[in-house]
Ligand binder design. Structure first.
Ligand code: NAG
Length: 381
């Protein structure tokens, strides 16, 4: 029997553990697994190298992709939660009404709700948890749930909200190891992660646009970071006036590579999971929509929105070649493992124009979504 040239291109649904079993196959000349087959698309060959997750708040979309076995995790964010709050679909409407009823029951008395903000905030969190619980039922991996973005500069405020979110999940029978708490990549958010991780609550540091944020998150013991190569590219394009870059010198791709290399060189366990993708070569170049994804193939994990999952499904499997490798990239890292303090962090941050601008933009956009959601919830009370 001849083994396929694409070896180890056997089907390995959620990458790491199963690709190990595929590896042992050629020695025994036995089929690796009863489900062994050649990849039929770039999406499948990518899923063999990198654990994939979908960025969608739609139960139907997540469910559709979870069934392919190619995506492992899912996420909520203020935009998805706000969309769930306003879209009128009966399933989301039920989640909203439950969240409102719950918040009233817990924080109000017959005479009314003494601290309306507390009631509303609890309703927001409860809605995120209701949506998250639904997603937990659809994927095998983890579901991220965001702490109120308005607490991005408040460490203890974030810690308390995160604990309460986890408590609500556990009350519903969802174990905390199925959940990641999402915190914005501010110094304060990263320090909240440091505290939560010690309590066994794992965190996803989001809105990461700079190496500095990534290094601080790793040093704080964060479980995962989500850098945004696409938005980093946007910033550089605006700065330089360039139309595009070759994917392997795209500044967003290089930034993520630098973070990944640092994690691997110094043995930080933090997972590097980029999200937010743009065409490196510019939107006018055909097929460029997945440039950054292909240039980072092999990174620990990726979050990919539906249209790009579809693009990858229509490309041949050999469009994907491994571009990130723990050993090789770790060896190529030239950054020192400089231990950051609040003082040194804030000093460097003051000089990080891309990080500052993009982080602020991200926090502002999610703040708008959260405020929209609160308006919707007020109407439901
Ligand atoms: C972590 O957060 C990012 C940014 O919102 C998201 O794209 C990603 O899917 C999350 N990761 C997991 C494992 O939920």
């Amino acid at each position: 029997m001849r083994f396929p040239l694409l070896f180890p291109a056997f089907l390995a649904i959620s990458s790491r553990p199963s690709s190990i079993s595929a590896f042992s196959a050629p020695h025994t000349h036995q089929p690796a697994h009863s489900s062994t087959r050649l990849f039929t698309s770039a999406l499948e060959s990518l899923a063999d190298l990198t654990t994939l997750s979908i960025d969608s708040g739609s139960i139907d979309t997540v469910s559709k992709y979870a069934k392919t076995g190619l995506i492992t995790d899912a996420t909520t964010n203020p935009l998805f939660v706000s969309q769930a709050g306003s879209n009128g679909d009966a399933r989301y409407e039920a989640m909203v009404m439950e969240a409102v009823a719950y918040a009233k029951r817990v924080t109000c008395s017959q005479d009314g709700c003494p601290v309306p903000d507390e009631t509303l905030n609890l309703a927001v969190d409860r809605l995120a948890v209701n949506l998250g619980k639904e997603l937990v039922g659809l994927v095998n991996g983890r579901v991220s749930t965001e702490v109120d973005i308005r607490l991005s500069y408040d460490t203890m405020g974030s810690v308390e909200r995160a604990r309460s979110i986890i408590a609500m999940y556990e009350e519903m029978g969802v174990s905390k190891d199925r959940i990641l708490i999402k915190l914005a990549g501010t110094w304060e958010g990263i320090q909240a992660a440091r505290i939560l991780e010690k309590e066994g609550i794992q965190c996803n540091i989001t809105l990461v646009f700079s190496f500095l944020q990534a290094a601080a998150a790793a040093q704080a013991g964060a479980y995962l970071i989500s850098p945004f190569p696409g938005r980093i590219l946007d910033w550089h394009k605006k700065q330089t006036g360039k139309e595009g870059y070759p994917p392997d010198s795209d500044p967003g791709v290089l930034a993520v590579k630098r973070m990944y290399s640092y994690f691997r060189k110094y043995n930080y366990k933090t997972i590097c999971m980029p999200a937010s993708w743009r065409p490196s070569r510019g939107a006018s170049v055909e097929g460029s929509d997945v440039d950054e994804i292909l240039a980072l193939a092999g990174v620990d994990e990726m979050t990919i929105p539906e249209p790009l999952l579809d693009s990858l499904s229509s490309l041949p499997p050999d469009a994907v070649t491994k571009q990130c490798d723990a050993v090789a990239d770790g060896a190529s890292c030239t950054d020192p493992d400089f231990k950051l303090t609040e003082e040194s962090y804030k000093k460097y941050w003051g000089a990080d124009d891309c990080g500052q601008e993009k982080l602020k933009e991200g926090i502002d956009a999610f703040t708008v979504e959260t405020e929209k959601l609160i308006k919707i919830l007020i109407e439901k009370f």
